[in-house]
Ligand binder design. Structure first.
Ligand code: GTP
Ligand code: MG
Length: 509
């Protein structure tokens, strides 16, 4: 997903590797990589220009040298500063989150429109399931009267989602929708989702029908379903649609199949209409609320902690998800926890996508690699071949003899094991860095604030620069070295504290 963009930003950051300070020349050099990837990702030239200008201004305009949390000195490198500027501008470009307001009483309806094959029918079902999970009682309405199979398709999907489907024979879509809304009101259903027919292009016949439906059913929301794989064409269609028909939201589908990501970046800017949801697969649970911070962070190869948490919550209860996230964020988790998480992860859907959401993981995957489920099995086998002490104290595994025993026991190679340890170390360190900065910082990451009882979730402040320090691309070895250094520091601090406590005790005696 969106690999083209990630590659561009990664190369840009590499270019800033040994730079002491950002200046016009090195920023322009780095941005030439970004420019290329944006164009390759099918983003409109005008939008690319504006974006690059704003990033440049951000890079050169503010000189930050932030030091977070007392002595350890998390200093912001030029690369971090650059990444932070890109992050802020990506978020700005993609717009705000736009969830529809939850409903306690009454009925609201939502009309899905779009060209043929963009994913209206499947998105209708996904959305119904999504709302149902939030405690609503939705109704799916088969408003595509042109294709007899469309009704059947919605019926099957509705059944799978466990949601009532309203379908009538006849060819008056507007009348069917009006009747469905009446039915929903009378039955106390919360939301009505109208699945309308698609056409190959925007034409008068299509617009006429949609207008008639809107007139009769008076939907509170009209969302255009856009196929992200269509790239710039999807953006053009959205523009054209919005000119003739008032939209109040967009749904981007098939982001899983879109390696370029141009539509995700440009569609909001081009139309002025916010993206409400995205879908990332054919399964009914592959719909999520659009979070620009999450997507920006993934584009920059930094993972998406909040998205990851939400995924976790789908398969474990909220409390377990919080507990696991808390451990993760405190850098206080062992390989045993890691294994538990991997098993949970097995239930979460495509592994490659999940890895992208893990800070530091997506970026470590060589380009173009597919994560194979076999890798999960190998990882599991290796962890199971370790002694409980080794799982709790991963440093023990620096010993060659232990490494050999584990690989023999699991039928893996030394390089498999080293890779696992490297990843584990990097993840632990990275998460600890984010965690160390404390609830104040975490509460600024939308969603996480609630976990710590901190500030309001979804603050537009986005990810602060401190959180980005060290989160960018780098080689596994450098990360490993850093992880070891910070583990040593932690150990030292613990020893010092112990010593102080002992001294205090002695003095009291
Ligand atoms: N990979 C992937 N496929 C998707 C996604 N959303 C929809 N699809 C697939 O896209 C195809 C078309 O989806 P539909 O929901 O039938 O599209 P539609 O807009 O209702 O099509 P018409 O009713 O013919 O206009 C189906 O094969 C879906 O499974 C997605 O997020 N990812
Ligand atoms: Mg359809």
């Amino acid at each position: 997903m969106l690999e083209t963009l990630t590659r561009g930003f990664r190369q840009a950051r590499h270019k800033l590797g040994g730079v002491a300070e950002l200046d016009e020349r090195n920023v322009a050099g780095a941005l030439s990589e970004v420019r290329r990837s944006l164009l390759e990702a099918d983003v409109d030239l005008e939008i690319v220009r504006g974006f690059l200008e704003r990033v440049t201004q951000r890079c050169l305009g503010e000189r930050v040298r932030l030091v977070a949390g007392g002595g350890d000195g998390l200093e912001v490198s030029p690369g971090d500063h650059f990444t932070k500027a890109c992050f802020d501008e990506l978020v700005e470009l993609m717009g705000e989150e736009a969830p529809i307001a939850p409903i306690d009483s009454g009925t609201r309806s939502l009309m899905l429109v779009g060209l043929q094959g963009t994913g209206k029918t499947s998105t209708a079902a996904k959305l119904a399931l999504h709302l149902k999970k939030q405690g609503e009682r939705p109704l799916l309405v088969a408003a595509d009267v042109h294709r007899p199979a469309a009704r059947e398709q919605l019926r099957v999907l509705g059944e799978r989602a466990g949601v009532e489907v309203f379908a009538r024979d006849g060819d008056d879509a507007a009348a069917i929708c009006a009747e469905a809304v009446e039915h929903a009101r009378a039955s106390g259903l919360h939301s009505v989702i109208l699945d309308t027919a698609g056409r190959l292009q925007i034409d008068d016949a299509l617009m006429g029908e949609l207008e008639r439906i809107a007139e009769r059913a008076k939907p509170e929301h009209v969302a255009l379903v856009c196929d992200a794989m269509a790239g710039r064409e999807a953006v053009n269609v959205a523009r054209g649609f919005h000119r003739r028909f008032a939209l109040d939201g967009l749904i981007l589908t098939k982001l899983d199949g879109d390696s370029r990501g141009g539509a995700a970046l440009a569609i909001r800017e081009a139309t002025g209409v916010p993206i409400r949801w995205i879908t990332t697969g054919e399964d009914l649970d592959r719909l999520e609320g659009f979070r620009p911070e999450g997507l920006a962070s993934r584009i920059l190869g930094m993972g998406d902690v909040v998205g990851l948490m939400q995924d976790f919550e789908q398969v474990v209860d909220e409390e377990t998800a919080e507990e696991e996230a808390r451990k993760l964020l405190q850098g206080d988790f062992s390989l045993q926890d890691f294994l538990k998480q991997l098993r949970t992860i097995g239930k979460l859907g495509p592994l490659s996508e999940l890895m992208e959401k893990m800070p530091g993981m997506g970026d470590m995957m060589p380009e173009g690699t597919q994560v194979d489920p076999g890798q999960l099995k190998r990882t599991e086998a290796m962890i199971l071949s370790m002694t409980p002490r080794e799982r709790a104290q991963v440093e023990l595994l620096n010993e060659r003899s232990r490494q050999e025993r584990v690989t023999r026991g699991s039928g893996t190679s030394l390089s498999d094991l080293r890779e696992l340890l490297e990843r584990f170390g990097a993840m632990r360190e990275l998460m600890a860095q984010v965690g160390q900065a404390g609830p104040g910082l975490l509460s600024r990451i939308p969603g996480i604030g609630q976990m710590f009882g901190g500030g309001p979730p979804g603050m537009p402040g986005s990810l602060p620069a401190e959180a980005l320090a060290g989160l960018g691309p780098g080689t596994g070895n450098r990360r490993m070295a850093r992880a070891q250094r910070s583990a040593e520091k932690r150990q030292k601090r613990q020893q010092q504290r112990k010593k102080q406590r002992r001294q205090k005790k002695r003095r009291r005696r």
